[in-house]
Design a binder for this molecule. Structure first.
Ligand SMILES: [Fe+2]
Length: 298
């Protein structure tokens, strides 16, 4: 089983607004991902389209938003840095408020080669991964650790008040942290394998975008995103070994659907089932990819 991506094709002059939201939801329910190609839109109509599918949106903590006035404040530009981003589900290193739908809109595709998007169906992943590893993740879950400066933790929790932080921690027993001056040492235990919106078992999480390093030999020159102050552990506290990380990356590569977005493409993903990432460009060049994450209507 590999990742499948459904597609809806427009024709010249046909507006994104003409796409029926129920049809998008049907396609997303089928494969977890739908590519809308050949429809006309601008920032405002892209945002309006997403509001037909989502009642509210996720405030992206780690990225710059578009200037107010042009946008409703929930659209961000994907980082331009020319790196590999391994497949992940958005914001699923926390125990709350994981976005349900992800929107990616390609305003200007890169002119250089490479830069393929990675789309990874968590159902295909869970079937393909080594049995022993699946069993361990199911039994133990996973622990995410981070070291966050104030701007990051304030954005993650939408507060700068230590009292409000304490209230949040009491609501979510899987959250832990300690402060060193104003630096938060964050720790969260959660499932790595769970049921998606339809009840199917999925490997859909933030593990591969939360690694302290990427040891895979195939990725040695791929500038894969990693951060030394991050850590991922099994639920018993043991850090994921290089061998385990490499098995996960091999599984990603075996089931991934890879494609380059063209100008005007809009991709809608079920963030509870499908992970996203990208490969680097062969040479640095400009591109504009808009991202938005939301919570469904009703
Ligand atoms: Fe992401």
């Amino acid at each position: 089983m590999k990742t499948r991506v459904n597609a809806l094709h427009g024709s010249p002059g046909l507006a994104l607004a003409s796409v029926v939201p129920g049809e998008v939801e049907r396609q997303v329910a089928d494969s977890g991902a739908v590519l809308l190609r050949g429809f006309h839109w601008d920032l405002e109509s892209f945002e309006r389209f997403s509001r037909k599918l989502c009642r509210r949106f996720y405030r992206i903590a780690s990225r710059e938003r578009l200037p107010q006035g042009q946008s409703d404040g929930f659209t961000a530009r994907a980082p331009e840095s020319n790196i590999t981003l391994l497949a992940h589900s958005e914001a699923s290193y926390r125990p709350f408020a994981e976005p349900e739908l992800a929107f990616f809109a390609c305003l200007a595709a890169p002119v250089e080669q490479g830069g393929e998007g990675l789309i990874v169906d968590g159902r295909a992943f869970v079937q393909r991964m080594p049995d022993a590893l699946r069993a361990r993740f199911e039994d133990e879950g996973v622990i995410f650790e981070s070291r966050w400066e104030p701007p990051r933790w304030q954005a993650e929790f939408e507060t700068d008040s230590r009292d409000q932080l304490e209230e949040i921690r009491q609501r979510y027993p899987s959250l832990e942290w300690r402060f060193e001056d104003d630096i938060m040492h964050y720790r969260c235990r959660r499932s790595a394998i769970q049921a998606d919106a339809a009840g199917a078992k999925v490997f859909c999480n933030a593990i591969l975008a939360h690694l302290p390093q990427v040891p895979h030999p195939r990725y040695r020159d791929a500038r894969a995103y990693a951060l030394e102050t991050n850590q991922v552990r099994f639920g018993d506290g043991e850090p994921l070994s290089a061998a385990v990380i490499n098995q996960l990356i091999d599984t990603q590569d075996a089931v991934a659907f890879e494609n380059r977005l063209a100008d005007g493409d809009v991709l809608v993903l079920d963030n509870s089932r499908v992970m996203h990432g990208r490969r680097p460009l062969e040479r640095d060049c400009a591109r504009v990819l808009l991202t938005r994450f939301g919570y469904r209507q009703a």
